[in-house]
Design a binder for this molecule. Structure first.
Ligand code: HSE
Length: 438
């Protein structure tokens, strides 16, 4: 360890890495006051050392060899920003083993390999920070780990992906097509390297499971989390939702019910007066309800270079304080004691209850509504409202029939749609969007 400076080695100088280097330099005076010593990025490891960077790298030694950071005893803190699973896992485990503190924004790794990473973080002699993994600039990890540590958490619900929220916002407000809106999000640096993660809800699922693990005191299996994305949402759904008084948002939701903990990620119709309906663009909002603290909402920029860098640097300062003050034992890296890092089970999706928006795409024939209603009734599903649009002079044309249900069981809805999708006048797979909060 170096005595007068905290020395940081960074893996990955992309959008976030460049933001971290810039922030450490621009805010160095205030960071030094808060950390107790100057905090300097001194080394970086990247795949292509010849690539032009968006930030001044003149004070940073660049290499393409991980050992240049990992084997350097003068490096106090390793920042992992390369993403992915295998190489990042190796780097983090090696750094922890060598007594370095580690800061990461890698939600995929923490969600999918929690059983490998967190026990190692408890055994380590350094700190382990992952504030940037969820909600970028929103300090939700600290809120759950420290702020609400005396509470039993009842629900966590929110918009956790800036790219998907940006796309849905542009589709709603500017009547933009999906592809054009996605391109805009990529240009603004919100999207993951593979935007499928953003669009198909996987990025939200990674973040939700990290929050669930913190809130419910153990480790859930990522594969148990039912995940649906926004790629099947059409401009027609957005229009019908507005007509019904809703906005469509991609939500991650976990809830402690009498049956256990539910967790799910899917697009949802949110009433337009609800706080989540007004969260737009790359903003994220995460609402947490605890049994003593009650409901609270954190709102802020959930993607992009600067907000994510702010979260990484907050972890760098926490780790620097530990190194500066020479503490023997870091804080718990997680919300519970190490022996509580046990696998947890989720309530199966088929057992959840919700209200549903169903869009049937049908040939406009006599008896269509009656036959669909019959199937719903046979499956215990009660109808709240119906909209039918678009009869044209062409008898072969198709029309949308929108049915909003009262609260129903997911298992019943899925069974009903299986039958309804086989009706001869149903021309394409029926759209199902859950209505929240329910
Ligand atoms: N791709 C993510 C998002 C970035 O759009 O929210 C932060 O995780």
């Amino acid at each position: 360890m170096n005595d007068d400076t905290i020395r940081v080695g960074i893996f990955g100088v992309g959008t976030v890495g460049a933001g971290v280097i810039e922030l450490l330099s621009e805010n160095r005076t205030v960071i030094e006051k808060r950390a107790g010593k100057p905090v300097k990025a001194v080394k970086a490891v990247v795949a292509d050392i010849g690539k032009k960077r968006a930030v001044d790298m003149s004070q940073i030694e660049l290499s393409d060899r991980p050992e240049s950071i990992l084997d350097d005893p003068e490096i106090d803190i390793v920042v992992e920003l390369i993403g992915g699973l295998d190489l990042s896992e190796t780097i983090i485990l090696d750094a922890l083993e060598k007594g370095k503190s580690v800061v990461t924004a890698n939600k995929a790794l923490l969600a999918e390999k929690s059983m490998s990473i967190f026990p190692a973080a408890y055994r380590a002699n350094g700190c382990f920070g992952f504030e940037a993994s969820v909600g970028a600039g929103i300090p939700v990890i600290r809120t759950l780990r420290e702020g609400f540590s005396g509470d039993r958490i009842i629900t966590i619900s929110g918009i956790m992906n800036g790219t998907a929220n940006y796309i849905l916002t542009r589709m709603t407000e500017d009547e933009m097509e999906f592809d054009q809106a996605l391109k805009g999000a990529q240009e603004l640096g919100y999207a993951e390297a593979d935007p499928t993660f953003d669009i198909e809800g996987i990025d939200t699922a990674h973040k939700l499971i990290i929050l669930m693990n913190l809130a419910y005191n153990g480790l859930f299996n990522f594969k148990d989390l039912k995940t649906e994305g926004i790629s099947s949402i059409t401009s027609a759904d957005i229009r019908f939702a507005r007509e019904l008084g809703y906005r469509i948002k991609l939500l991650g939701k976990a809830c402690h019910t009498g049956q256990g903990v539910e967790g799910r990620v899917h697009p949802a119709l949110v009433p337009e007066g609800h706080i989540m309906a007004s969260v737009n663009g790359a903003f994220n909002a995460i609402s947490v309800t605890g049994n003593y603290v009650g409901p609270s909402v954190l709102h802020g920029l959930g993607a992009g270079s600067h907000p994510t860098a702010a979260a990484v640097v907050s972890d760098l300062i926490e780790a620097s304080r530990y190194h500066t003050t020479g503490q023997q034992t870091p804080l718990f890296p997680f919300s519970v004691a190490e022996d509580q890092l046990q696998p947890l089970k989720m309530v199966p999706m088929e057992d959840i209850r919700s209200e549903y928006y169903l869009r049937f795409n049908v040939q406009d024939q006599v008896g269509v509504l009656a036959r669909i209603s019959k199937i719903l009734a046979e499956n215990n599903i009660s109808i709240r409202s119906v909209i039918q649009k678009g009869r044209t002079s062409d008898p072969a044309s198709t029309v949308a029939v929108i049915i909003v249900t009262h609260e129903s069981l997911e298992k019943d809805i899925q069974k009903a749609l299986l039958s309804a999708n086989q009706l001869d006048f149903v021309v394409s797979r029926t759209q199902l969007i859950r209505i929240e909060p329910n």
